[in-house]
Structures are given as structure tokens and as C-alpha cells.
Design a binder for this molecule. Structure first.
Ligand code: DGJ
Length: 743
């Protein structure tokens, strides 16, 4: 522990962790400046002459010898623009004269709402910095936490708010962090969507005023995702400066991007202040979520590559290493799964699942997952949620015969659950109608005929943990698909005093995390997928507890190209499950070849969700060949460095992605043609990220390059000369894939 009353000495400490350059934290007592360095990034802040914590620098890494003077508060610009508002504070309390977005807003028991946070002179340097602030008068303490990943330079920031007043306070707004960007012109990138239409990348100039992206829904949501990237000036996919961030929270959240009256640009994010009111009694604390932020000098592509590596190495859980094996630096690649949902809907049966399992095993699938319909009185979405016993009509001997069969076929077994929900038509709801989120005496709005169990209640939490633990104890289950098919309504919690009911926004999500953590502790080999009717719960909070996510219920392989493109700006392809399903696709009624669907899905973690019992021998053989080819290169695809060579966005005729293994020994690239127009062939494809001097051999996974393409050429050749597709690569929904292996 390196605790210090700051003001004593200059301290430089190597941070824990791996990376090309060591991560460093330092405090310069003379100038009162804190500094973190990691990867390509430096982050600097200090205590200004008023005692506020003021941001100084965030950007490309600086020399260790570079020094900063003590920061000075900004001056009053006009009588309307006071110094407190203009100063770029690390975590501004709403008080004094603050007109832009506060990090923290509270109401005291006597009605005062003035909060001005100053440094206390106390910090801890054990893991980065913990810096303690306090209101200038009242005993409200805030500890700001800073930890920088030495490899990626990604900084994790959060706050702990503590009430040491004798009376309670109500926290009405609490950010995890406020990020100040250098003065300049920016394009904001953010992700929005809807059910079956997630992961749209939006790009818009930052203008004066505030732009809010948020969820008020109780969970992360399809409609917006808690990620942003700010491109400066002329930055593009592979060039220029980008500042980016992602919030680790699966409840209601808000990110505010603000350009103030003096053109300063700030991004503030944390709990959504809408309907928020967290009462802190004397001695209680509130921990905010973590807001991660990073810097890239090589465009949006560089930003996402850093984020992917950070997620792989520092966020995602991993199943324990087998005895005698060293713990891996990254999680194991996802098993290729088969999932029954699109083939059977709710109509699951022992015979039907066994028939699908036999076909799946013959394809080379690793994991067989039975989806919705196996429990309670579940015939459709009107009944059964909450009653987690095996349906005796569908599975007269329980799940054991099916699981044994799946194991005998050489696969492991996974099961769908939706633990946080209940149908009013269920034994659970008849017994415990008070267990759902509700305002007593008011209607309970159903969505998909279901209500949300209030996980904030200790009895509900115990029930959910209990039935899942029992299910995993009694059956050999390797994987849970954890679904969540509606958002909140009437978020009441009448077991606690009226003034405290809004704590539900925090306690629900904390209990969700604690159930997941406890299940993983008790069943360390069980893997979990986060699904919320597709991609409604994907964020860096839930990703600490789950191994993969279901990005969308839209499995149309053409639509998926754009969705996957958007998804990978924020999240690694390792977690991006992608099933091959039947054509024509039920959503768009568009017809595609099986090869096209396979290649679209092979850009992420591959799964099969088609009715494979109806496949022809040719379809079976093709899928089997491509699954085998995928297994050989999967770790490069899902854990390599991703280059989005040609974006499918904005109605592009073409698209292409490439991933390069971290050691640059292998690259895999995918090429898609939507619809040839005016006879145009596929553009010359220049690869990226290879070792320029190394020789790479080209192998086709599917499709042909032009006949004069060399079998072996240098990294420079593939990157500068590029690859030309065969002239026959034309038509609608064409796809090809290749690998390059270093000689
Ligand atoms: C929504 C999921 O996204 C689907 O994959 C499927 O599991 C259904 N729920 C089952 O109800």
C-alpha cells in the first residue's frame, strides 16, 4: 500500500500488468500534479489553487521528463460564465455556479443542494490513484478511482460517494467520470438501434449544447449502447486522433456529450439521473459504475483494436485453466454452437432435440444448446416463465437422456433460461404476485406477456440464485443462455420506505451481478451468454460475468454485416455470437446461399441455428467443410487485430474485414459483394497490419482470387499491391474468404 498525505514527495510507481511499455503513475508534490502513463497514452490532472481537481492533459504519451505546472482555474469569462463552470473539473459537484453537466448532485436533509468538492490532501497509489475529495463544509466525501491498463492505455475511472453527515442525503445524479477533451472540433460516434436492428453506427458533428445518449429502461437497452468515440478533425478509420469510452453498467445509464459556451468539450457518464434518487444514510456509500476511456492516434480502427484487447485481457471472465496448464492471457475461443430456437421455436421435445443433436455433431459442432420451451407449462410465450422445472410432457425422463446423448455425440450441453422474468400464468406468480416490479394498486404493464421480477428484493434474489444453482447441480450443463425479454415498467419496490424505492435502479443491477458472480464461483466451468431479445444487454459491466453475447435476433446474413460492423466498434468479435439460419430469412424474405451465410457468421463466434434436419447432403458437406476451416483460424478471427477494410454501411455495394493474429503469423479476411452494379468488379483489396518483410502464403477458404495472384508474397505486397478478386466474383450476395500464413 502506498498511502500518502500528498504534498510529501515525488513518487513514481510501476503499475501492475503486462504491456509493451510499463504503466506508470506519478505524483509531483511541488506542482500537485497526478499523472498516469500506459500504452500510447498519458493522462494528467492536478489540484488547482482553489483545491479543485482539474484535468490537464489526455492524449498521446509524453516523455517521462515532461513536467506540468500546478493547474490554474479558468478565469471568469463574463459575469454569466463564472470560473467554477469554466474550469475543467475531474468531478464537479453541483454547487457554486455550475451550469454544465455535474458529476454529482445531492440534496441534504436541511434542503441545501450546494456541493463543492475540494481535494483533502489524501491519496492512495496502490492501484493507480484513489484521490479523496470532500465538500468544502459538509461531510460528504468522494473518492475518485483511476487505474490505467499499461498495455492499451485505457483508463478505468469511478467514484465512491460517502455520507459522513449525521443526516441522510439523497444522491440525485452520480457520474462515474467526466472526461475533458482537448479544445477542437469533433465528430461523435455512437451506437443506436431497436429490436432486430441493433448496432447502427451514427456519426455527427459535436455542436454547442448537450447530446444525450441513454437508457431509461432499467437495463442497457437495444436503443443505444453505452459507448462513444470522438474523432478529432480529419480522423478516419485508420488515421488521426480518437478519444473513446465505454460505461460498465447494465442498468439505466446516461452519457452526455457537451460543448459548452466556451467550446470546451466534455463527456460525462454514469447512472441515469432520470427518476434517480439514492438515499445515503449516515455512514453509507454509493459506488458508481466504471467508465473506461482511451485514446487512439490511429483512428477508429486503432480505438476498437485497443478496446478489443482490453476486453479480452481485462474484462471478460475465463473458465479455470485445466490442472497443469498455465492460466491463459485471454479467454478460450467460443465453442461452435448449435441452437434450436429458429428450428423449433417453443416446440421442443426429447426426440426432436436428439435428431438435431445428431445432425449438429456430424457438422463438427462443439456445443448443443436447447433454447426456450423446455420448462413449466411453456407452449408459447403466454405461460411458464418462473416455473423452472422440466416439462414432463416434453421430457418425461428429465433432461438426462438428452444431455447423455449430446455428450455421447462429443458435444457439451447448454440451456436457455430467462431468470429475471415471470408470466402471470405461472405457479410462481400465483404464489408471489408481490415479487414483480410494481406500484401497488396500479396496472402492471405486460410486455411479451411477462413481468419483471424485482431482483432488488433479497427473497427474489435468493430464489433466482437457488433455482439456477439447483439446475446446474442436477444436470451436466456447460452453458447457460441467459435471456431478458422486456424492459421495465412501473419500477416500484414497496418493501422499502417510499423515500428509498428509487434505489431499485442500483440494487437490481448489483444483485444481477452478484447472482452471476456467485453462480460462477459455485460452477467455475459453466459459461454464460448475455442475451436480451438479441443485443439489449451488452456493456462492459455484464461482460465481467459472461463469456459471450447474442448481438441480435436478426440473423439475416446481409443485415448482420452492418450490425457486426457497428458492434465491433465497441466490442470484440470473440463475444459476437453469429448463427447461420435458414434462407429465405423470415425477417426480410431474402434468399442467400449457405456459403454466404456461413462466411457472414464466421467473422464472429460461429453458431448454427438452422433446421439442419432438412439440409441436403450438399449443404451438410459445405457447412462441415467450413466449420473445419473455421476451427483452424478461429483464434485469429476472434482474438486478432481487426481491420474494417471496406465498411458495409451507407448502402455500400462491397464490404471486407481482416483480422491479424497478435504475432502477425496469420491473417484471415472476408469479402462480401451485395449486388454487382454496372459490371463493376470487386475493388482492389489492400490488406493491413501484416509484417511488411515476412512472406505470407495465400489459401482460399471459399472463393477465388484472380489467376495471376501469387501463392506466396511479402506483407508489403499484400498491403501495397493488394489482392484482386477473380472476375467471376459478381452477382448478388457473393462472399469469399482467405487466409494468409507466414512462411
Ligand atoms: C429471445 C432470444 O434473443 C432468442 O434467441 C430466443 O432465445 C428467444 N428469446 C426465446 O424466447
Amino acid at each position: 500500500m502506498r498511502r500518502l498525505w500528498i504534498g510529501i514527495a515525488l513518487l513514481v510507481v510501476s503499475a501492475v500488468g503486462a504491456g509493451a511499455q510499463p504503466g506508470l503513475v506519478s505524483y509531483d508534490a511541488a506542482s500537485k500534479v497526478f499523472r498516469l502513463d500506459g500504452g500510447n497514452t498519458s493522462y494528467v490532472f492536478g489540484i488547482n489553487s482553489r483545491g479543485e481537481l482539474q484535468q490537464i492533459y489526455w492524449g498521446g504519451r509524453l516523455a517521462a521528463t515532461d513536467k506540468f505546472p500546478q493547474p490554474k482555474p479558468m478565469r471568469e469569462w463574463a459575469s454569466f460564465d463564472d470560473s467554477y463552470t469554466n474550469t475543467p473539473q475531474e468531478y464537479a459537484g453541483w454547487g457554486a455556479g455550475l451550469y454544465n453537466e455535474p458529476a454529482l448532485k445531492v440534496t441534504f436533509a436541511d434542503g441545501s443542494r450546494d456541493l463543492v468538492l475540494h481535494d483533502t490532501g489524501y491519496a492512495d497509489m496502490t492501484h493507480g490513484f484513489d484521490v479523496l475529495l470532500k465538500d468544502i463544509d459538509r461531510a460528504v466525501y468522494v473518492t475518485l478511482h483511476y487505474t490505467m491498463d499499461p498495455g492499451s492505455g485505457i483508463l478505468a475511472r469511478s467514484a465512491t460517494i460517502e455520507n459522513r453527515e449525521a443526516q441522510p442525503i439523497t444522491v440525485e445524479q452520480a457520474a462515474a467520470a467526466a472526461w475533458t477533451l482537448p479544445a477542437g472540433h469533433y465528430t461523435l460516434n455512437y451506437l443506436t438501434g431497436r429490436w432486430a436492428g441493433e448496432w447502427t453506427l451514427n456519426q455527427e458533428p459535436v455542436m454547442p449544447g448537450a447530446r444525450v445518449i441513454e437508457s431509461r429502461r432499467g437495463s442497457t437497452g437495444h436503443q443505444a449502447n453505452p459507448w462513444f468515440a470522438m474523432q478529432s478533425g480529419a480522423a478516419d478509420e485508420e488515421h488521426g486522433e480518437v478519444w473513446f469510452g465505454a460505461l460498465g453498467w447494465s442498468g439505466s445509464w446516461r452519457i452526455t456529450v457537451e460543448q459548452d459556451q466556451l467550446d470546451a468539450v466534455r463527456v460525462t457518464g454514469g447512472f441515469n439521473p432520470f427518476d434517480f434518487g439514492y438515499v445515503l444514510h449516515s455512514g453509507e456509500r454509493l459506488e458508481t459504475p466504471v467508465f473506461y476511456g482511451g485514446y487512439s492516434a490511429d483512428g477508429l480502427g486503432g480505438a476498437s483494436r485497443r478496446l478489443h484487447r482490453f476486453e479480452l485481457e481485462h474484462i471478460l471472465p475465463r473458465t479455470p485453466a485445466k490442472s497443469g496448464q498455465a492460466a491463459a492471457l485471454t479467454p478460450r475461443v467460443r465453442p461452435v454452437i448449435y441452437n434450436s430456437w429458429e428450428a423449433t421455436g417453443f416446440n421442443v421435445s426429447e426426440d426432436g432435440q436428439m435428431a438435431l443433436a445428431e445432425k449438429a455433431a456430424a457438422l463438427g459442432v462443439d456445443r448443443f444448446v436447447m433454447d426456450d420451451g423446455w420448462f413449466g407449462q411453456r407452449k408459447d410465450d403466454h405461460a411458464g416463465l418462473g416455473d423452472w422445472y422440466v416439462n414432463p410432457q416434453k421430457f418425461p425422463h428429465g433432461l438426462k437422456p438428452l444431455i447423455d446423448k449430446v455428450h455421447a455425440l462429443g458435444m457439451d450441453f447448454g440451456l436457455w433460461v430467462e431468470p429475471e422474468m415471470v408470466n402471470p400464468d405461472s405457479d410462481l406468480y400465483r404464489k408471489h404476485p408481490d415479487w414483480v416490479l410494481n406500484f401497488p394498486g396500479r396496472p402492471r404493464t405486460e410486455q411479451r406477456n411477462q413481468l419483471v421480477l424485482n431482483l432488488a428484493r433479497p427473497d427474489v434474489r435468493a430464489y433466482v440464485l437457488g433455482f439456477l444453482d439447483k439446475l446446474l447441480n442436477e444436470n451436466q450443463i456447460a452453458f447457460l443462455k441467459w435471456d431478458y425479454n422486456r424492459n421495465w415498467s412501473e419500477p416500484g419496490w414497496d418493501q422499502v420506505p417510499a423515500s428509498e424505492q428509487k434505489r431499485v435502479y442500483v440494487e437490481y443491477t448489483r444483485d444481477l451481478y452478484s447472482i452471476l458472480a456467485e453462480l460462477r464461483r459455485r460452477h467455475p466451468n459453466v459459461e454464460i451468454e448475455s442475451c436480451s431479445g438479441g443485443g439489449g444487454r451488452v456493456d462492459l459491466g455484464i461482460l465481467r460475468y459472461v463469456d459471450e453475447v447474442w448481438p441480435s435476433d436478426n440473423t439475416d446474413p446481409f443485415d448482420r454485416l452492418t450490425q457486426q460492423d457497428g458492434f465491433t466498434y465497441a466490442y470484440t468479435p470473440q463475444i459476437m455470437m453469429a448463427w447461420v439460419t435458414d434462407s429465405p430469412h423470415r425477417l426480410n424474405n431474402r434468399t442467400n446461399s449457405l456459403a454466404y451465410a456461413m462466411l457472414s457468421s464466421m467473422q464472429g463466434s460461429l453458431g448454427i441455428g438452422a433446421n439442419i434436419t432438412a439440409w441436403t447432403p450438399e449443404q451438410t458437406a459445405l457447412a462441415k467443410r467450413l466449420i473445419a476451416a473455421y476451427h483452424q483460424v478461429q483464434s485469429t478471427i476472434v482474438q486478432g487485430d481487426l481491420y474494417r477494410l471496406i465498411s458495409p454501411r451507407n448502402g455500400s455495394e462491397f464490404s471486407a474485414t481482416e483480422t491479424v493474429s497478435p504475432d502477425k503469423k496469420q491473417a484471415v479476411f472476408f469479402i462480401f459483394e451485395h449486388s454487382t452494379q454496372e459490371g463493376r468488379g470487386f475493388p482492389l483489396l489492400k490488406l493491413q497490419g501484416l509484417d511488411p518483410a515476412a512472406e505470407y502464403a495465400l489459401t482460399s477458404i471459399e472463393g477465388k482470387a484472380r489467376a495471376d495472384t501469387p501463392a506466396v508474397a511479402s506483407g508489403d505486397w499484400w498491403m501495397n499491391h493488394g489482392l484482386q478478386m477473380d472476375d467471376g466474383f459478381r452477382g448478388d450476395l457473393q462472399a469469399a474468404a482467405f487466409r494468409l500464413d507466414k512462411k
